[in-house]
Design a protein around this ligand. Structure first.
Ligand code: SOE
Length: 379
């Protein structure tokens, strides 16, 4: 391939995801042949000291303290939105109007209404767009997609998925502020529904097609927390835990659960799909392995296969080390950029696009509506 074209990145935010995405930009061209090469042009955040420190650490060439200034710059081709959810809408719409490519952290927006406006803006501007639902691109999950698309599972009957954490059990954890903005409904829009279940939903729709209807329950176990910005104890508006039943458009039934109160679980994301001919399951704590049961196997040796997805003919692995050697969580972000840049400008852009992420947002909104009304919500 000829030399990749520079793609000047303007990063907005410097937290956990700012680091995960920047790391992906740094690595991607060393391992994948791509038409573009991300260049760390500018990093932006209100806190000048913090953003300078971040820029120095990662090698961004410059900094800004106002995202509007970043969008005015002609030397920025693409912006990466890594700020709390309540800022996605305004920044993404302005970025689209400025003609920038947009990579936005998940979830797309605070709600469907915002998401629809964001989709309309990127469509009108014709700018490439992506939402960072990274778990699709763990090689074992991508292999699951291949197996399903090849028809190896046959008709799907069941989908089940969980995302379990335990970091907000203490009443001392504040709401608002760096990291803990996820507990502040004004910044996050929802709790585990938008933060964790959204991952499960994105993967589920990708693997098993659209979700048609849901019935949900949510709970807020800790009702009041100190707000990090004001020091005041105020009511908690997010869902601490959420569970829902769903019907997929293909007729399969599903059960999903997410919580930040599952003592002992740090980030246990699991999924299982049961089909007529085969089943598969995956677990983020053992992310290289895909469990696969094929009823077509000779009955005397039939059983769950524990596939270590690390061979060159398995998704992405030919770009890394040698068979048997593992990669990790951060590589799911590298693969996200690699796929995005490979397909950008083609008729089949790598998802999840804003439009794909809007489908996930619709399910999230339906979960919250159902939990409130106590009845089924159609998507
Ligand atoms: C929350 O703890 C969190 O960091 C999410 O915000 C991420 O999206 C998830 O991948 C891991 O958990």
């Amino acid at each position: 391939m000829s030399d990749p074209k520079p793609l000047n990145i303007g990063m907005i935010g410097y937290g956990f995801m700012g680091r995960a995405h920047t790391n992906a930009y740094c690595k991607v061209n060393h391992f994948f042949d791509l038409p573009y090469k991300p260049v760390l042009k500018a990093a932006c955040a209100r806190n000048e000291e913090k953003i300078k420190e971040f820029a120095n650490n990662w090698g961004y060439e410059s900094t800004e303290t106002d995202w509007r200034k970043l969008l005015e710059r002609d030397d920025i081709d693409a912006v990466d939105i890594c700020v709390p959810n309540n800022l996605h809408h305004e920044i993404a719409i302005a970025a689209a109007e400025a003609g920038k490519w947009i990579m936005c952290e998940k979830p797309l927006a605070m709600n469907v209404a915002e998401g629809e406006e964001m989709c309309a803006a990127v469509e009108k501007a014709g700018v490439p767009n992506l939402v960072w639902y990274n778990y699709r691109r763990c090689p074992a999950v991508t292999l699951a997609k291949q197996l399903i698309d090849e028809g190896r599972l046959g008709r799907v009957f069941h989908y089940r998925s969980q995302f379990l954490q335990d970091w907000t059990i203490s009443e001392e954890v504040p709401q608002g502020g760096a990291g803990t903005w996820r507990l502040d409904v004004e910044a996050a829009g929802s709790g585990v529904t938008g933060d964790l279940l959204a991952h499960c939903i994105d993967t589920a729709i990708w693997l098993n097609g659209p979700i048609a209807s849901v019935t949900a329950m949510t709970e807020t176990f800790v009702k009041e927390r100190v707000h990090a910005e004001t020091g005041e104890k105020t009511p908690v508006g997010i869902d601490d835990a959420a569970a829902f039943l769903a019907r997929f458009a293909n007729g399969s039934l599903a059960i999903f659960e997410s919580t930040r109160y599952a003592r002992g679980h740090k980030a246990l994301y699991t999924l299982e799909v049961n089909g007529e001919k085969a089943s598969l399951s995956w677990d983020l704590h053992d992310l290289h392995r895909l469990q696969y049961f094929d009823h077509g196997d000779d009955s005397v040796v039939r059983g769950w296969r524990n596939i270590h997805v690390s061979d060159g003919d398995q998704p992405y692995m030919g770009n890394w080390w040698v068979p048997g050697l593992q990669i990790g969580y951060e590589h799911s972000f590298v693969h996200t950029v690699a796929d995005f840049l490979t397909h950008v400008g083609t008729d089949s852009p790598a998802g999840p696009t804003f439009q794909d992420a809007l489908e996930t947002q619709k399910v999230c909104d339906a979960i919250l509506a159902s939990a409130k009304s106590g009845s089924w919500s159609n998507i």
